[in-house]
Design a protein around this ligand. Structure first.
Ligand SMILES: Cc1ncc(COP(=O)(O)O)c(C=O)c1O
Length: 425
């Protein structure tokens, strides 16, 4: 793949930071190395000494004095080596990416840690999206993606979708206006980037089937597009076996995947990952070098220690418990929806994630209903318009999260919502 053709002028102009390279070097050197090179502060002057983080039903995470000093210090921009290597092993075991054994130039699988997957996405867009570029996605979509993309001045093109995600036949129709051979020409307008949330989509709850992913991947090959697979709900899939990912079918090295620990370990620790072809992940790291420098060493060490203590089996057992919780929450929400909303709304049961996407039957736009009237009834949902490319377009949907409220609260919320809808009709 010719990765250079995908880079924005900003990204192409980014140069490795000499100081950051030294930090990476130092991170891999033996303790006997005497370095007068770095500009790092002396951690002996820091007020924190050690910490013990109690872990529910497991071994505590202990930061003794030496580890604490490391946790409080600058670290490499790819992420601390033990976390990156743990995650690489996990990615390989879950997705078996064809690129794992490629040469770097051919798009060998590489990874870096990001401050939540949001940082990864934002940097990926900054790397790939020029003003005026056509970018494909299936709206409604995550508002954080729209927030990162829209100010870049690109032209976001919607690909129709349903409860199984992006519809390949419609993608084919959207792409039909271009000749695939034009993709390699400079200044061509063929989209170079396709973004999608393949599991438990935010806000729709939609999950894409393997067959659809295969068709979309084939179209990406024909038009030489990169696929951004934003998959923070991957670990919240309710049914096993989990659907194969775009990363797992990426024979060309054209998939950039973002993972997140926000929904399974902690959203506040801000740990996410970018996985993709080395030439592009290396560029994401250049963007990181110039902004945050690296994700907090402290949080990386806590997470990494936890993962080392658990091992992969312990991690997956933890995930099973999280899934169990969200599955029962989803079921509670579905039965409350059935009880209160059957006559006034429609929905599809989500197979992953934490959202139910509800279409109100006789309401053209939920914006006013929610923003002006719902609070009076003491119930709050997200009006669907905020997830549209043009947020002022009328939208009959609302997004309900089943993550935080108890089944009793969910039931009462839907009773109030039903009242609200009947009053508005
Ligand atoms: C689809 C999607 N992508 C990315 C994110 C960002 O997650 P984080 O930055 O916490 O990893 C979210 C958060 O809700 C999301 O729903």
């Amino acid at each position: 793949m010719n990765y250079a053709r995908f880079l924005t002028a900003v990204s192409a102009a980014r140069k490795p930071s000499a100081i950051r390279l030294l930090t990476e070097l130092q991170q891999r050197s033996p303790p006997s190395l005497i370095s007068l090179a770095g500009g790092a502060p002396n951690p002996n002057t820091f007020p924190f000494q050690s910490a013990t983080v109690r872990v529910k039903g497991g071994q505590d995470v202990v930061l003794d004095e030496a580890l604490m000093k490391r946790a409080l210090q600058y670290s490499g921009s790819y992420g601390i080596p033990e976390l990156v290597s743990w995650m690489k092993d996990l990615q390989k075991s879950l997705h078996n990416p064809p690129t794992a054994d490629y040469s770097p130039e051919r798009g060998q699988m590489e990874m870096c840690v990001t401050t939540g997957s949001q940082e990864g996405l934002c940097k990926i867009f900054e790397m790939l999206v020029n003003p005026g570029d056509n970018v494909l996605l299936d709206a409604p979509t995550y508002s954080g993606t729209l927030a990162a993309l829209q100010p870049l001045g690109c032209n976001i093109m919607n690909v129709p979708s349903d409860q199984h995600g992006m519809i390949p036949g419609d993608l084919r129709k959207v792409l039909a206006r271009w000749d695939p051979t034009d993709a390699q020409k400079p200044d061509c307008t063929v989209p170079r980037v396709l973004y999608t949330i393949p599991n438990g989509g935010n806000p729709t709850g939609a999950s894409m089937t393997y067959e659809r992913k295969q068709e979309v991947y084939e179209l990406a090959r024909i038009y030489d597009m990169l696929i951004i697979e934003d998959d923070p709900y991957y670990f919240l899939q309710f049914e096993k076996p989990w659907a194969p990912t775009f990363l797992s079918m990426d024979v060309d090295g054209r998939v950039l995947r973002t993972d997140s620990f926000s929904k399974i370990l902690s959203s506040g620790l801000r740990i996410g990952f970018v996985t993709g072809p080395k030439p592009l992940v290396d560029r994401v790291v250049l963007h990181i070098q110039a902004s945050t420098m690296h994700t907090s060493t402290f949080t990386q060490i806590i997470v990494s220690q936890l993962l080392q203590n658990w091992g992969r089996a312990g991690f997956l057992t933890h995930i099973d418990g999280v899934i169990e919780f969200y599955r029962s929450q989803r079921n509670a929400m579905l039965s409350s929806a059935d009880r209160w909303l059957r006559d006034v709304a429609e929905w599809h049961p989500p197979m992953a994630g934490m959202f139910l996407w509800i279409k109100l039957k006789d309401i053209k736009d939920t914006q006013r209903l929610i923003m002006e009237r719902a609070l009076e009834k003491e119930v709050l949902l997200v009006p669907g318009g905020v997830f549209n490319i043009i947020s002022s377009d009328p939208c009959p949907y609302v997004r309900a999260a089943f993550s935080l409220s108890t089944p009793q609260q969910i039931d009462e919320a839907f009773r109030r919502l039903a009242d609200l809808i009947k009053d508005a009709a």
